[in-house]
Every structure is written in C-alpha cells, then in structure tokens.
Design a protein around this ligand. Structure first.
Ligand SMILES: *Cc1c(COP(=O)(O)O)cnc(C)c1O
Length: 368
C-alpha cells in the first residue's frame, strides 16, 4: 500500500466541475487582477471567520509582511514570536527591518508558551506574533492579557489554523491582525500562492488595502511604500468553491486524528498530539513526538507512507539569523521538539485501510 502525505487528486476530483465553471467565469471577463471574485472571497471568508474585514494578498508570507507594515513596526522594533515554526513567521519581521525575539514553546502544544513571554519584553517590544501551529489555536486569552498589560500589538500567524477555535472563538479574531496562507498544502489551498489578512479594525483594513497595491491611494499617489501583493482573481475563484468544503474537511481531519489517538494509544516510544481542552484543532498536521524519530521516518518511508518533519531546525539557530546572537541551548524545548516530531498523513480523504496500515507500521516499528 502507498499513502502519500497529502492527496490533492482526491481532494480536487469531486470539486473540479464547480472549479472549472468558476475559472470559466474568470476567463469570460479577463479581469485577472482584483476581479469581482476577490471581493466575493473576502466577504465569504470574513463571514466564515466572523471578522469584519478580509484583505486578500499574494501569499501567507506577504500577509505577515503587510500586517507588520500596517502596524507601523520597523527598524529598532522587536517582535516576540516562536522559533518552532515555518521560516516566514520570522522572515516577515526581518524584512520589515525589525528584530524577531524568539520565545520557547509549550512542549505539549508546540505553541508559544505564554508563561515565558514577559521575560523577553523590552522597551523596544512592539508586538507578539503567536503561530497556531499544526492547526491548534494558541492560548489567546493569555497572549491578549500580556499584550494588554504591556500595550503590545498582536498578529496571529494563522497560516496553519484556519477555522480552529480557542474557547469557542475563531483563531485570527483575537489579535489586531490575523493572517492566512492558501499555499496548496494548507487546509484551504489555492492552485498556487495566495494569502489573506483579517482584522476588525477599519483603519488597519484601509491601510492593508493600500499597502497591497504599492501603498497607493488615490491611484499614482503614494503615502507609503507598499508591495505588489494582490490575490489573483483566478485563485480567489478557486478558493471560493473550496471554502464551501472546508468545515467538512476539518471535521474529517479531526475524525482521522481520533482514529490515530485510539489506535496508537499506549504505544511505547510515541506521544500522540495534545490538544488543549479549550482548543478545537483543524489538524493541518498530526504530529507525533517520538523516540528514534529518524529511524521511524525511514521505516515508514520504506513502507510507502509519506511523512515529514516540521520543523527540523528551529529559526533561532538558522544561519541567516546568526547576527541575532542566539546559540544552541537558548530554547531547549524548541530544539528538543525539532529532534522528536514527525507528522503523518491526516488529509480528509484517507481511507480506514490507509489509517490502519499506518498505525500497524508504527506499532510494528516500536515492537522490534
Ligand atoms: C505556510 C506558512 C506561512 C507562509 O505562507 P505562504 O503562503 O507559503 O507564503 C507562514 N507561516 C506559517 C506558520 C506557515 O505554515
């Protein structure tokens, strides 16, 4: 048997008639940049998440760059974030000439540990940027309380967490700005790159709309130096169709997680993902913490099972950030997790046979 990490064929097949129709409508009026489908998707997403404004842009990375820019964060400013995340979380800070300040994570949720944040706040700290890693919302009550106490902005990197909740409230709706990525492997993926900013603040929304088109308003008049970062009309058309399926996909991912939790319970050598009772995860990844991780990875790959390490090297020890002065040992939990995590297939279309095959392989590995 073969089980890929993600099966886009299976995901797209039932939707293709509708997606083709939606694409035909884009061809019909050749309005490729900021066509009506962009606003349609923005309105639909704002309603889905219960947030006032949605601003489409070219990628999840750009959404973060735009968010930081819109909040006026730049040279000399510090942004507190996690080191155990995808590169763009920190590069977006760097690219705005601000300084990423890395704080360690909670070993159970892999998310920023609120208890460790205050020790890293300085007079230059302007914002906290939590990441809802693998689909589980960070403890946003704790983050918002710290932000309020120290008068800091909050940007939620929700690239992996669309539709997840904390205490019944949607991720992306707690902070000043939340961001989404529609990279094809995210829970809601485009047929290419795309992203979005979400905010309840009218002024920030207006500024984000300007910043994504070179900072211009009116046309050819520039108050800021913005980006060329629009969400393609074609991608918006595709995403609008796919958004209708998202809630069901999230449910199927949770059911798959439940299957793994049950079948892998008590297997010596691994810990199944911990989800805080206050969070509802959308399982962008199902991530095990394992002994002998690299051996398990090779073993599963030999068995035809797709699996992956997110992420093998925390950001504070990446070469490009060496001038920040971090060294191995500074963030022990992030460093330990980078050596122990392994994500296994969790996509909605997995069959029971496939899930069983994966569980059997893992159990067999630890038995030997
Ligand atoms: C995917 C991802 C991004 C970047 O999104 P792109 O659309 O690929 O630019 C940012 N942050 C996190 C946590 C991600 O997983």
């Amino acid at each position: 048997m073969k089980v890929p990490m993600l099966d886009l064929h299976a995901q797209y097949e039932p939707l293709m008639p509708k997606i083709r129709e939606a694409m035909e409508r884009v061809y019909a009026d050749h309005h490729y940049i900021m066509g009506p489908q962009v606003k349609e998707l923005e309105d639909k997403m704002a309603a889905y998440l219960g947030i006032k404004h949605a601003i489409g842009c070219a990628s999840g990375t750009d959404a973060l760059v735009l968010a930081i820019k819109a909040l006026g964060i730049g040279e000399g400013d510090e942004v507190i974030t996690t080191s155990f995340t995808f590169f763009a979380t920190a590069s977006s800070i760097w690219r705005n000439f601000a300084k990423p300040v890395f704080v360690d994570i909670d070993p159970q949720t892999f998310n920023l540990d609120p208890a460790k944040i205050e020790a890293s706040i300085t007079k230059n700290t302007k914002a906290i940027m939590p990441v809802h890693l693998f689909g589980q919302c960070t403890n946003m009550e704790a983050i918002m309380a710290i932000a309020k106490k120290h008068n800091l902005k909050v940007i939620e990197d929700n690239a992996q967490g669309i539709g997840g909740t904390w205490n019944g409230k949607m991720s992306c709706s707690f902070g000043d700005i939340g961001t989404l990525s529609f990279f094809p492997s995210k829970n809601l993926g485009a047929m290419g790159d795309a992203g979005m900013c979400l905010t309840n603040d009218d002024d920030l929304a207006a500024k984000l709309r300007q910043l994504r088109v070179h900072g211009e308003s009116p046309k050819y008049y520039h108050k800021w130096v913005g980006l060329n970062s629009r969400l393609d009309t074609m991608q918006a058309a595709v995403l609008s169709v796919k958004l209708d399926a998202l809630a069901d996909w999230s449910k199927a991912r949770r059911a798959n997680a439940e299957f793994y939790n049950t079948h892998l319970m008590g297997v010596k050598g691994i810990t199944t993902p911990y989800i805080d009772p206050k969070a509802v995860s959308i399982y962008n990844q199902y991530t095990l913490t394992c002994e002998k991780r690299d051996e398990l990875l090779s073993y599963l790959q030999e068995k035809g099972i797709g699996c992956a390490v997110y992420y093998p090297l925390p950001l504070h020890v990446q070469e490009c950030f060496s001038s920040l002065g971090y060294k191995e040992g500074d963030l022990p939990v992030s460093e330990e997790m980078a050596k122990k995590v392994l994500s296994i297939p969790i996509y909605p279309e997995l069959s029971t046979e496939q899930k069983q095959y994966i569980c059997d392989a893992i159990i067999a590995f630890y038995r030997n």
